[in-house]
Design a protein. Structure first.
Length: 163
């Protein structure tokens, strides 16, 4: 240690060379960055966003929220549509199951009413497609009265027509 003007000077030795504290510190840092091995790496560390980055993130957040709302609305619509289709198919399945179990269904089918058949003052209802007799019953009072076919009456020779 040497003394100059009431100051104490300390000398350090790095690599066999004498130098001041500042020079020694500089040499050590050079050695770390220049002569020693340096390897780049990444670490999971906190990163603070700038105001511009936060604004961008807020806009992105808003867009994501809008898109979610839109997709949820579409999902509700699709669910309603599919539930309606399922309900219709369940109704069809139930009806077909009844047909298979019972072997028949009720339908409106064409029939004929045959008056005075098989005897006077009776009527017979007959299925047109199979000829099956559905029922035979007494004719009602209004059915006992003969109907006049005015069109045929007008076609008869000698009938007067007014023009």
């Amino acid at each position: 240690m040497a003394k100059k003007d009431d100051r104490v000077t300390v000398e350090y030795s790095v690599g066999g060379r004498a130098m001041s504290l500042e020079e020694a510190a500089t040499e050590v840092l050079k050695g770390l960055n220049g002569k020693g091995k340096v390897k780049e790496t990444t670490e999971w560390l906190r990163y603070d966003f700038s105001n511009d980055e936060l604004l961008d993130k807020a806009r992105e957040l808003g867009r994501a929220g809008q898109e979610i709302s839109c997709l949820e609305s579409q999902l509700d619509s699709v669910k309603k549509d599919l539930n309606a289709k399922i309900a219709a198919l369940e109704a069809t399945r139930g009806m077909l199951g009844n047909h298979v179990t019972s072997g028949y269904e009720m339908r409106n089918l064409k029939c004929e009413i045959r008056y005075n058949d098989p005897e006077d003052k009776t009527k017979t209802v007959v299925r047109v497609d199979t000829g099956e007799v559905i029922r035979t019953a007494k004719m009602e009072s209004h059915e006992l009265q003969e109907e006049i076919d005015f069109e045929k009456a007008a076609e008869k020779p000698g009938a007067e027509t007014t023009a």
